[in-house]
Write a new protein. Structure first.
Length: 429
């Protein structure tokens, strides 16, 4: 495991282009299995999770060429195997759950010989994925192992209990080649779900309702080759803009996906930060106010609430907590999704932050308190680790973010890019 050594206090400034969205890359790579023709993917991020999935697919017969200098990846699955052999389906591998949707139209039998776990945010259940496959025609048997048998996929109507991103993505990938019409109500609509759907449409799929909570899919017999560009990572865009505000510098972020940012920009404003746009370039000017905006209702505590898209994204919550630590005033954060979403807060408090944990889902941040350099332990949560790093970058002296490797799962060359903006930060193996 690697530590991050952070010598804070520098103003970060400059112009930068964010990486492609990891949460798009994983399902899009899986979706290439829906055709034997060649798929070309631009802006493909070089990340540990993605590399593992690439290695798995190559071991199973995929021909993958990846130019990591230009971030262009091409995939051809014409020789992909029809079985996982004695090892069974690698369900415990991060991102592997997204292979189920496309593989039920390629493999008649899929056997899972291991249990699925979760991460520090909470348990990630497999049941909704299996319900999707079962409703579309797969037969599920579960004893000591899990067996999925599929003779033919047929369209059906589903109403999700909650807006699960990966369950929606598996539904889409299974339904595009199912016979007839498939409908999902309460579908997830995050930018990465939209990326997946837009790629599939380019491949010949018939999908209505992209970007909404209702998807209607008419199955087709075959999908074909396509070239697609992954959208910029809105998590990284938000991080870079927040860092400019927190350190007092001006940062310009290119390819900033402004169509996805109205509510995120509004949340920045609640913390005294104005985001401007020049075309698709987002700009945070130097010396932002950094003061919590008072609501018109005087006895109300300002708050930022996270829920499924198009609400404020839960994955961005830690980044806003970091920004609030530097802002004058108090504000509540309410994570409505994850039971473990704030369990990392004691590490932030080691810097001197004043944060009250109301319950597992809500905290109150009292900002603009004196901060000091510290050594902290990273949770196994990407954005929480980034949030700790963000605050450390604002503090004079040397801080250590221990076991910070989770950043590498989401942000290629992230530390190197921050160095270009003026950060004194480095990996320590």
């Amino acid at each position: 495991m690697s530590n991050l050594i952070v010598r804070g206090g520098n103003k970060l400034e400059g112009e930068i282009t964010p990486a492609g969205n990891k949460n798009s890359a994983l399902p899009i790579l899986c979706a290439t299995l829906l055709t034997n023709e060649t798929i070309t993917i631009n802006n493909f991020p070089d990340l540990t999770d993605v590399n593992k999935l690439v290695e798995l697919m190559i071991s199973l017969g995929s021909k993958i060429e990846w130019n990591k200098n230009t971030n262009v990846l091409t995939v051809n699955n014409a020789n992909f195997k029809d079985s996982f052999g004695d090892a069974g389906f690698p369900l415990g591998m991060r991102g592997a759950i997204l292979l189920l949707g496309p593989l039920v139209s390629r493999m008649k039998n899929i056997e899972v010989k291991e249990e699925i776990g979760g991460c520090s945010l909470g348990i990630r259940e497999i049941d909704p994925h299996l319900e999707v496959l079962e409703s579309l025609g797969s037969k599920i048997k579960h004893n000591k192992t899990l067996k999925i048998t599929t003779e033919k996929l047929k369209g059906n109507f589903l109403w999700q209990e909650y807006m699960s991103v990966t369950t929606t993505e598996n539904f889409v990938m299974a339904a595009v080649k199912a016979e007839g019409v498939s409908t999902m109500v309460n579908a997830a609509s995050e930018p990465h779900v939209q990326d997946l759907c837009n790629l599939l449409v380019m491949m010949g799929a018939k999908i209505e309702g992209i970007g909404s909570c209702k998807l209607v899919i008419t199955g087709v017999n075959e999908l074909h080759s396509a070239e697609f560009t992954i959208s910029a990572d809105h998590h990284e865009i938000t991080t870079l803009l927040a860092l400019g505000a927190m350190t007092g510098g001006e940062i310009r972020v290119n390819n900033s996906e402004p169509e996805h940012f109205p509510l995120i920009v509004k949340s920045f404003k609640k913390l005294g930060v104005d985001i401007e746009y020049d075309g698709d370039t987002a700009i945070v000017r130097e010396n932002q106010k950094l003061e919590v905006e008072k609501p018109y209702t005087a006895n109300m505590l300002p708050k930022i609430e996270a829920a499924p898209w198009p609400y404020f994204p839960a994955d961005l919550m830690p980044l806003m907590v970091a920004l609030a630590v530097k802002a004058k005033g108090s504000i509540m954060f309410w994570n409505k999704l994850y039971e473990g979403g704030f369990l990392w807060i004691p590490e932030m408090i080691k810097f001197g932050a004043e944060i009250i944990m109301c319950d597992p889902h809500r905290i109150i941040v009292y900002g603009d308190r004196p901060l000091k350099a510290a050594s902290v332990d990273s949770p196994n949560i990407i954005r929480a680790t980034v949030a700790l790093m963000m605050v450390a970058l604002t503090i004079d002296g040397e801080s250590v973010i221990r076991n910070a490797d989770s950043i590498k799962r989401a942000h290629p060359n992230f530390v190197e890019n921050l160095q270009k903006l003026g950060a004194d930060i480095a990996w320590q193996d």
